[in-house]
Ligand binder design. Sequence first.
Ligand code: NAI
Ligand code: 15L
Length: 269
Amino acid sequence: MSNKINRLLLTGAAGGLGKVLRPRMSAMANSVRVSDVAELGAAAACEELVRCDLGDYDGMLALLDGVDSVVHLGGMSTDGPFEPILNANIRGVYNLYEGARIQGVKRILFASSNHVVGFHKQSDRLDATAAMRPDGNYGVSKAFGESLSSFYFDRFGIETVCMRIGSSFPKPIDHRMLSTWLSYDDLTELIRCALFAPSVGHTIVYAASDNQPAWWDNRYAGRLGWTPKDTSEPFRAEIEATVPRLDPTDPAVLYQGGQFVKLGPFPAN
Ligand code: NAI
Ligand code: 15L
């Protein structure tokens, strides 16, 4: 592995993926600043804990002081009313990039989502040039983050890897996840590759394991040097045997975003 990063910031550390990744980050950085708006527990030897709301500009500026790279997992992770998404995912990602510019952060790994392209058909095969077709307030907020990070690369040279994560859970649990599942080990290796690749510019990568049928083609993310090792295949038989098939005309089956395409409309708050 390359030399370690000096100081890494991990946001969203109290969440599902944050809890998995947090202990794995010490292999990649000398010092890890671990952050969330929620309780973070006790600090490990290499950790510094900072509670912070992503929507708090001054708090974010302080959070980014002395940071070399960021793994940005924090934010609302499902669809819902606009105000919480506005605060965490839109204002929050603005605060992150503007703070990164001021504090001299070099690289950000942004946890984007398949819901940026959720209104593409499941029969479509997408690469990084596919049009964004977000499937709700949440997908739109991730599209904003991808656009903002593109601007901050072109204008200010801050590098970003936008990880369009499929479904990262212990195992796939339905037919859709046979295509969208991302194992925790494949996610960890993607993060390692994205942090240590010599140059990433502004890269969009579909973050899924080596699943069939494959919906996504990472031909434009080759410079990351990431190849997923896991696959949903060992879980297929159990899913076929236990999970009922939905009506094939159901939008949740037609579109990549699954059930998200049927959610809402939501109240503003
Ligand atoms: P999660 O909901 O379990 O964790 C998100 C964390 O962000 C929580 O600990 C929460 O307290 C924190 N957070 C929310 N609002 C905040 C705010 N205003 N200020 C500071 N922290 C705030 O989500 P999960 O599953 O761990 O996902 C992590 C990231 O990856 C999210 O950005 C999510 O959108 C993205 N993602 C996850 C996928 C998955 O399959 N787990 C799929 C696609 C994207
Ligand atoms: C996401 O973006 C969510 O954060 C996660 O909870 C799952 O719903 C995932 O997408 C998915 O599409 O399965």
